[in-house]
Design a protein around this ligand. Sequence first.
Ligand code: GLC
Length: 521
Amino acid sequence: MAEKKRVQATVKTTKKATKKSILAEIFESAAVTFPEKETSDDPKVSKKCKILFVASEARPFIATGGLADVIGSLPQALAKDPTYDIRVVLPLYSEIKQEMRRKMTFHGNIYVPLSWRNQYCGVFSYLTGGVTFYFIDNEYYFKRPGCYGYYDDGERFAFFSKSVMEILPFIGFYPDILHCHDWQAALAAIYLKTDYCLRSEYEHIRAIFTVHNMEYQGKFSLDILGDLFGISNEYRHLVEYDGCINLMKGAIECCEKISTVSPTYAKEIESAQYAHGLEDIIRKNSFKLTGILNGIDTASYDPATDQALFANYNANELENKKICKSELQKMLGLPVKDVPMIAMITRLVAHKGLDLVKTVAEDILHEDVQFVLLGTGDFSYEEYFKDLGRRYEGKASVNIAFNGDLSRKIYSGADLFLMPSIAEPCGLSQMIASRYATVPLVRETGGLYDSIKPYGAGGNGFTFASCNPYDMLYVVHEAIDTYKNGEAWKTLMQRAATTDFSWSRSAEEYKKLYTDTFTIG
Ligand code: GLC
């Protein structure tokens, strides 16, 4: 009841306020610093900067890729600032474990209009790390294995996005910023800017769209614009591109700001090589675009405490890393010996640079090294690497799997982490490897370029620029030679392990982005 009153009160105030005064209020709130003893019952809490993340996955609830790592850790990093109220909305997939569901609070349900449909929408929440995660429940859309890959994904995420807009009065939270991630959340921004912004409670909400990967744009036939997405022809120009509906394009056009996950990728996507057809749209909207490098959850990825490791160590005491290596060798059936172990943990898809690896894999394996691969993906790569593993038994260990525990054992046990991506918006694996003192060898693209610098120039890893397998091979040889020089290698391991990949720096940049977005009238 008290909650309801508060909601009504908020609506009333917003209705009365002019645009200017709302902005002024937001500015004030951005500047407010709260004494530590204040609790959430404090009336000033309403002055916090309110950010609502909209995304399709987040750790620890559900994860298929790097997006889940970001949505599972950036909100917590931001929430450490008591002047921010950070919340997240996700779909309630059936694959979210029962033990987590049991801890959720059920808030009730509403009905969400989507074109001619009126669909059930249950609302659950789960508080963790100072962040409230809301879950949108509808078994018709989300009681299925996995997250994506269904014929009706467009309708599923349209329902999700529409639900995000509809639950705001229900949960009593009108954010200052709606922060949408990737195409699955693009429609939330599009609905906001084409429809909901006409309502006084929503008119002050600014929208940010973060591109985690330009490759996946959410493209659908134009025929379903009205029938499935409930978008009238009047707004067709916003989402239409290249003869179809392109939701990423729509969000880029609608949002006040767009960001992507590294400064270099933000520049790269202005060119056709990286933009997957959207380069013109990016260039046209480049005045809105910033690149902010992701961080990693340094508490979860900490070799000093990680329970999955055979032994724990830190940047100053690296001795135990040898145990991690020898135990991993035993586990994978490799001879226990002191040769450089080169690892890859990757999705087996072309843009990860696997064709570069294929071209020179045998040259690498003719050296006195070991090669360990973990990942799943395209059939042809899976078959190629399985075959390589068979032919180089005792030297190469190929594991076609997705296994969190084994991945941590590899991050800690290997010496060199190979990540020669053709395109990499940010990449988290090179940061995790680095944290575990496993030296990254990367191609200079996107976030790889922004996070790993060459050893020769005082950096924390090895890099090469062109998409040429022999350039990569040259640098692999350089790394092997450096490994043989124990002292040099130790210095390099320490540089890698002490590079700061925590969220604290990036969280500050996001806060600046939020403040810049508030200032847009
Ligand atoms: C996508 C990108 C990856 C990035 C991740 C998180 O998976 O491909 O480079 O690290 O999103 O932003």
